[in-house]
Write a protein of this length. Sequence first.
Length: 187
Amino acid sequence: MVQATHTDNHKQQLDSSNASLVMEKSWSDKRRSNRLGLTREDGILERIRQGELLLVNSRRRNGLILFKSFHAEFAGPGAAVGSFLDSDCQDVYAVGSLSLLEPQSHEERQRAYLIRRQWIRLTYQFTDNTMPLKRAQMILNQFENYFDRETIAKVPDDAFAMMVGVLPHTVRLARRPSRKRSMRVKA
């Protein structure tokens, strides 16, 4: 099970000038979970389940991990979330300082769908590798190229594991420094 942690100190601010939903979170070890053991992110899940189409703000280093029945998907900056894409979404996990926008035009919606497809294809490239540890390293490397180490450290191993089809233990191994990864047999 994935467990995201957060305090009750959230701020939710609706910017009416550009119809953005800005979510700022303060994370700690205090846990508040739903029946699946996952944390619901400030009503985002309900909005997604209602079929609302939202866009991950492309001007911020942020994203949303969307948990489905047997896998997870990452929607990064510029990507569409909700609508028919995520009707089977069971929970969400915000990465970075999440900012979701409502699309203002048909062209903006089309562009967001294309960007979401690009994020899915990128993750698929990692899952195409047959070596589980390599898949875990690849997804971690991709996130490290985009987010800071502190942000990556907050993302649960289970979330990365569900994105690339490995066990959470494999992600824990991939997070360790590389000098200790190889096993040696004593003769």
